[in-house]
Design a protein around this ligand. Structure first.
Ligand code: AMP
Length: 423
């Protein structure tokens, strides 16, 4: 067997600091979502292919090009989920969750998603999202509060500098007017459109606006804008959302080309990007969907949701792992093992990430191990330390520069000392 097997292209193993970041992002999002009264849901990673065809739409890139679809042994067509909302709506309908819960229903989920996209920095074939769905209470308050939840999560993981790009796709009647205008416009340039977009022109003209083809994108810049086709009611709705974002102090820009690549959106759509313009891909996005739950046989209740891409967040946050301040408790010889073990357990009680390094033949080797494990503080316990209850604490900076500081600290003061040094 080949002993250099790598993960599948576009998929990667997550470990070490990446997993710390992953955990930090999920736990921060979960902590904040609890304030907003969301409960957790987990749905299967694999669904019947029809779930995504129905919800996302056949002409979208996600469904037509990017899905991992296969026949199982019973010849049923299954798909690895490319996004979370469709599965959550299916689950709400399958489990009759709307009957057993009073509105609104607020659900958070997280986990892997799969899209056969071209891998590049921040774009993978298996990636992870944290998602939120809010069913019921359709209105500007709900939309703005949902966006502020996304914003608050980003601030709390250290992304202070984000901008929300927002648009409205209006309700059915505004959108129908807009689609007619799009068809009129793109029909004039039909032969200039990519083959995919020529098909979209007949089947789902709105999707031309997501095209990645460069010629299509140039034409899209000239195309009619949905903002000019919103009826009075939809315009008021959208203005109210924007006014609330002002009130919440959320930085946003209206982007009238933002239609997002999935068919189910209605009214508010949004994407969040870093404001500095250095990394320009979205770190999250979402919007309102009026008809999705009904499609799955659930009640006719509108929802709004969004998803944040965990890999992109991991790439952008400046994260200091608490493992960067690991402590090593090192008995000089077997004689100090017991005394050292007590100190080790004491540190664990106070939640310090701690290694107990007893298993090497000399103190030098034990210090080398501590250094390789990236321990920053070494508590070295020899005969003298045990006799006097004064512990030698060494602080390491890097592998080359082993000790920069060394102090004797009274055993009773160790916890206080480490707390002030580490924080
Ligand atoms: P979407 O479901 O397309 O609205 O995407 C929501 C978020 O998921 C995006 O803003 C990205 O942060 C992330 N995302 C989408 N596709 C990928 C991908 N192929 N690789 C990594 N992250 C992704």
């Amino acid at each position: 067997m080949n002993n250099n097997i790598q993960p599948i292209r576009g998929m990667k193993d997550l470990y070490a600091v990446d997993m710390d970041k992953y955990e930090f992002i999920i736990s921060t999002a979960r902590k904040i979502s609890k304030k907003y009264c969301y409960s957790l849901i987990e749905t299967p990673i694999v669904e019947s292919t029809a779930v995504f065809h129905m919800a996302i739409g056949n002409e979208t890139d996600v469904v037509s090009k990017e899905m991992y679809t296969f026949l199982d042994k019973g010849k049923e067509s299954l798909t690895l989920r490319p996004e979370g909302t469709a599965g959550v709506m299916r689950a709400i309908a399958s489990n009759h969750l709307m009957q057993s819960t009073s509105l609104p229903l607020k659900l958070m989920y997280y986990g892997p998603m799969f899209r056969y996209d071209r891998p590049q920095k921040g774009r993978y074939r298996q990636f992870h999202q944290i998602g939120f769905e809010y069913l019921g209470n359709k209105g500007a308050y709900t939309d703005a509060i949902t966006i502020s939840l996304a914003y608050e999560i980003l601030v709390n993981i250290g992304l202070y500098n984000c901008t929300v790009f927002i648009n409205s796709l209006g309700g059915l009647s505004s959108r129908q007017d807009y689609i007619k205008a799009l068809v009129r416009f793109f029909s004039l340039y039909k032969e200039k459109l990519s083959p995919d977009s020529q098909i979209r022109l007949d089947k789902n003209p709105l999707r031309i606006l997501d095209s990645k083809d460069l010629n299509d994108r140039e034409l899209c810049k000239l195309a009619p804008k949905i903002q000019d086709y919103l009826n009075k009611e939809d315009r008021t709705y959208f203005n109210n959302v924007c006014n609330l974002l002002n009130k919440f102090g959320i930085r946003y820009e209206i982007d009238s080309n933002l239609v997002r690549g999935l068919d189910y959106y209605t009214h508010t759509t949004f994407e969040i990007k870093l404001s500095d313009g250095i990394y320009t891909d979205a770190i999250g996005g979402g919007g309102r969907y009026d008809n999705l739950l009904k499609l799955f046989g659930g009640p006719d209740i509108s929802g709004i949701g969004f998803a944040l891409g965990i890999e992109r967040l991991m790439m952008l946050i400046d994260y200091k792992s608490n493992l960067e301040s690991k402590i090593a408790v090192i008995p000089v010889s077997e004689n100090e093992d017991n005394y050292s073990l007590d100190i080790f357990q004491n540190l664990l009680q106070y939640d310090f990430p701690t290694e107990f390094i007893w298993n090497a033949t000399s103190l030098r080797k034990k210090i080398e191990i501590a250094s390789k494990l990236n321990c920053k503080f070494l508590l070295i316990i020899g005969e003298d330390e045990v006799k006097t209850d004064q512990i030698t604490v060494k602080q390491l900076t890097s592998n080359e520069d082993i000790s920069i500081k060394q102090k004797k600290i009274n055993r009773n003061q160790i916890i206080n000392f480490l707390k002030t040094e580490i924080i």
